[in-house]
Design a protein around this ligand. Structure first.
Ligand SMILES: Cc1cc2nc3c(=O)[nH]c(=O)nc-3n(C[C@H](O)[C@H](O)[C@H](O)COP(=O)(O)OP(=O)(O)OC[C@H]3O[C@@H](n4cnc5c(N)ncnc54)[C@H](O)[C@@H]3O)c2cc1C
Ligand code: SF4
Length: 570
């Protein structure tokens, strides 16, 4: 009896966090800092900052295949290899297709990073705040349900997160893309500045800015305290940065939480489900499968944060069945897994710019130019719902292709170091409207290596998404034309949903338990000690890169949870 009692006591924590990625790292930091004994469960292996970045300083010729993946790998991994960031230097941080299968009822490219740090190691670090218009959009045009919070509720938490993460950006004073707590911005290059000026002259509502991103352009004491240092503009970030120049859980929140002495990090631990106790009317813990031994263990805590990344969070909750919740935890309304949304990236434009031959730029800037959404912002104006952000960059081409140029000797070598003409690349990041039909559910017959049902993805574009793309392709081409670009080529790359890697929803926040799963503080309406604070909680997608909003929601919910615990409500 005593032995069992001791064993159980060793498994009891104040808080459990499922997932150690961008949002889970933030939950761990906030909870540990406030003194909670916190267990972070991570299905992937441990990745320690610096020591586990084996490729961080390697040159292309030091890789067996010059930093490209061999064809055999691509054939075995048709989904993962679609991600632009996967190459020989980064492949260790991406899930391989065969190891973690799922069922695509409709094509969906699910890009995942299963390791300590999750996708925070391999994200592109763009961090644009949402505006008041984004939180009001559902109420304005009637899509999905109204957000239970507004910009003012989250603004202080954006600031809280930005100061710690370190966000480079310019104070642009735009209502559609609020300013934050910024470090020095990166600079637009001469062609981008030229396009910025021309667009500003011709369109009152279109503003080009330098992208806000999670890079330490001028570290403050709080960043040095994390052991991080100035970004060197190498843009080898997806390999893990030995300087901690960009924000990842591994360089920032996880070691910070560990320093408090309150953190237990358990890698190689797949969360199977959350345990619901009917007599207590709350969740009491979780079931975990060890990836090596395949043994199941239970851990217990007063509060549980689910941060497994949008679709896996849906999976964990759907798999958490009990007599009280036969269809998944908190799923009284059968909406769990529904209203999944994503970003539509299908529209792209390439163009040339003739001129500025004497202009160049310093280093490899790890961000790009952006234009906040200008469609349907204040009222419905177009024949489609919502809008899009535009991202673009201008760069000099050719010289790096020099090896394929003809020639030999000194003249050839000189040509190799000659920058070529300016090229412009533009793409859209469009909001998709959350729909009941776009959903994930558990497979009735297919299981993964741990005996957990596989996820079925049933997510697609709509006519609205095609109309948005058409508008972007016309407007983007027009703007580039007015800026003097040549050879403007708009195209649809026909990519599947998912490759944007910005999936959200399925466990949406709302005011009414009949139509939403979470309340304004990210608590399950019906199981108050379970918090969902990753993308799954999102009631719509906005057109901004989502992760800074996940972080702010997480910090806000964690501090709410701590206060509720103090009051004895949890
Ligand atoms: C190439 C690329 C570029 C991107 N660029 C941007 C960008 O510029 N800006 C932006 O905002 N976002 C970007 N993203 C998206 C961003 O990475 C995600 O939005 C963010 O990581 C989500 O945070 P998260 O905590 O929800 O999930 P993750 O960071 O993915 O972490 C989830 C963690 O949970 C773990 N987990 C899953 N299931 C279980 C389970 N059952 N038990 C235990 N652990 C589990 C996973 O292994 C993982 O470590 C990009 C992503 C990629 C891949
Ligand atoms: S660009 Fe900055 S953050 Fe990225 S790898 Fe280089 S130093 Fe690190």
């Amino acid at each position: 009896m005593n032995i069992n009692g001791d064993a159980k006591a060793a498994c009891i924590y104040d808080a459990i966090v499922i997932g150690s990625g961008i949002s889970g790292g933030w939950a761990a930091k906030e909870l540990c800092e406030k003194g909670l004994k916190t267990l972070v469960l991570e299905r992937g292996r441990d990745v320690r900052h610096i020591v586990d970045y084996p490729t961080a300083t390697q040159n292309p010729w030091e890789f067996p295949h010059r930093n490209r993946m061999p064809e055999a790998f691509d054939q075995k991994n048709p989904i993962a290899t679609k991600c632009y960031a996967l190459d020989e230097s980064t492949q260790q941080f991406f899930v391989k297709d065969a190891e973690h299968p799922y069922v695509q009822e409709k094509p969906f490219d699910w890009i995942r990073g299963y390791q300590v740090g999750g996708k925070s190691l391999i994200w592109a670090r763009q961090t644009q705040r949402w505006s008041k218009f984004d939180f009001e959009a559902n109420a304005r045009d009637g899509a999905a349900v109204d957000w239970p919070i507004r910009y003012e509720d989250i603004a202080p938490w954006y600031s809280h997160v930005e100061k710690f993460v370190g966000i480079s950006g310019n104070k642009d004073g735009l209502e559609t893309l609020p300013d934050g707590e910024f470090l020095k911005p990166w600079e637009l290059n001469c062609v981008e500045k030229h396009i910025q000026k021309r667009v500003a002259e011709q369109y009152k509502d279109r503003h080009i800015i330098i992208g806000r991103c999670a890079h330490l352009t001028e570290p403050k004491q709080i960043h040095y305290d994390q052991g991080r240092a100035q970004c060197q503009a190498r843009h080898l970030c997806y390999r893990g940065c030995p300087y901690g120049g960009y924000f990842s859980s591994n360089s920032s929140t996880i070691p910070w939480a560990a320093k408090t002495g309150k953190l237990t990090l358990r890698p190689d631990s797949v969360v199977h489900s959350i345990i619901y106790d009917e007599t207590k009317g709350k969740a009491t813990g979780i079931r975990v499968i060890d990836t090596h031994t395949k043994q199941m263990t239970e851990y217990y805590a007063r509060i549980i944060f689910v941060n497994a990344a949008c679709l896996n969070t849906n999976l964990v909750l759907l798999n958490s069945t009990s007599k009280r919740f036969p269809n998944g935890l908190g799923n009284d309304n059968d909406l769990l897994g529904r209203y999944v949304a994503f970003h539509n990236y299908r529209g792209n434009i390439v163009a040339d710019y003739e001129g500025f031959e004497d202009g160049y730029y310093y280093g490899r800037r790890p961000t790009t130019a952006f234009m906040p959404n200008f469609r349907n912002v204040r009222k419905q104006e177009m024949d489609f719902q919502r809008g899009y952000m535009v991202a673009f960059s201008a760069a000099r081409s050719n010289w790096h292709l020099g090896a394929s140029q003809e020639g030999f000797g000194a003249g050839f070598k000189d040509k190799l170091s000659d920058p070529g003409a300016w090229n412009v690349f533009m793409m859209m990041q469009a909001e998709t409207v959350p729909r009941y039909e776009n959903h994930v559910r558990l497979s009735a017959d297919q299981k993964d290596a741990w005996g957990i049902p596989q996820l079925v993805t049933s997510i697609d574009y709509t006519d609205n998404d095609l109309k948005v793309m058409k508008d972007f392709l016309e407007q983007g081409a027009e703007m580039l034309d007015k800026a003097g670009c040549k050879n403007i080529k708009p195209y649809d790359d026909h990519r599947n949903p998912g490759l944007d890697i910005h999936e959200v929803g399925g466990v949406r926040m709302g005011r009414d338990p009949k139509t939403s799963l979470l309340n304004a503080h990210n608590q399950l309406h019906t199981v108050k000690n379970v918090f969902v604070t990753d993308g799954a909680a999102m009631t719509s997608t906005g057109s901004q890169n989502p992760s800074i909003t996940f972080m702010a929601l997480t910090a806000r919910a964690a501090n709410f949870a701590i206060n509720e615990m103090k009051k004895g409500n949890l």
